[in-house]
Design a protein around this ligand. Structure first.
Ligand code: 13P
Length: 253
């Protein structure tokens, strides 16, 4: 059984004090023994404070990015060692916004992922197609290349610390979502790609999150699908009220 994973990607939102307020409030409403794994990814500057608040809670801390070197003359960058020391358990790698605005390619993403895994961080590798690629029926080709190149050189043992987030770029922040059925078809193909690259067991064990306009009112239908193992949530993770509804999908109050 794959334990569902709900990740809040706050992107460049919330000052440190706002992040602290959210974390304190989330702790109040989070159940102790979660049957869902919860990860909060604030900006780098808020990691330290949020880490202290989440200590002893069932929610884990994640970062939105990491660099591919341990230390050195890389102005503005943050290494996996630094994230580990702050208490990060997860890191998002290769988000489409980083691919687009910061020109990250599969080779760089692969280097980041491998170093993060070396330092025992759990990685969320983001993949997904643009609207033009979707309209040209290129979804599978794009996703396959992003996975194959992003995971090059990763071994089976390390795959235990990898989650893939399928985020169709045309669904991010737009209010459009892939239908649960269409998303599930892509998730199944992703699982097959992983099984072919590694083995069936690795494919079966790997969690695949869906991302792109996930909201309290569409999460249940997504989670009913056989191969959707959680969500990477942007806008709807910014308020405790909506994020907790996503975490508690399918549960009565
Ligand atoms: P939205 O939930 O705001 O569409 O963002 C999705 C996303 O990019 C999460 O990483």
């Amino acid at each position: 059984m794959r334990k569902p994973l709900m990740t809040a990607n706050w992107k460049m939102n919330k000052t440190v004090s706002e992040a602290v307020g959210f974390a304190n409030n989330l702790k109040l409403v989070l159940r102790d023994a979660q049957d869902v794994e919860v990860v909060i990814c604030p900006t780098f500057v808020a990691l330290s404070e949020v880490s202290k608040i989440l200590e002893g809670s069932s929610a884990k801390l994640g970062a939105q990015n990491v660099y591919m070197q341990e230390n050195g003359a890389y102005t503005g960058e943050v290494s996996p060692l630094m994230l580990k020391e702050l208490g990060c358990k997860y890191v998002i790698i290769g988000h489409s916004e980083r691919r687009e605005y910061f020109k990250e390619d599969n080779e760089l993403i692969n280097a980041k992922l491998k170093l993060a895994l070396k330092y025992q961080l759990r990685t969320i590798l983001c993949v997904g197609e643009t609207l033009a690629e979707y309209q040209n029926n290129q979804t599978i080709d794009i996703v396959k290349a992003e996975i194959r190149e992003g995971l090059a050189g990763v071994d089976k043992e390390q795959m235990g610390r990898v989650t893939i987030a399928y985020e169709p770029i045309w669904a991010i922040g737009t209010g459009k979502t892939a239908t649960p059925n269409d998303a599930n078809k892509v998730h199944k193909i992703i699982r097959k790609i992983i099984s072919d690259m590694f083995d069936i067991k690795t494919g079966e064990k790997m969690r695949i999150q869906y991302g792109g306009s996930v909201k309290p009112d569409n999460i249940s239908a997504l989670m009913e699908q056989s191969d959707i193992d959680g969500a990477l949530v942007g806008g709807a993770s910014l308020s405790v009220e909506s994020f907790i509804k996503i975490i508690n999908y399918g549960k009565k109050d």
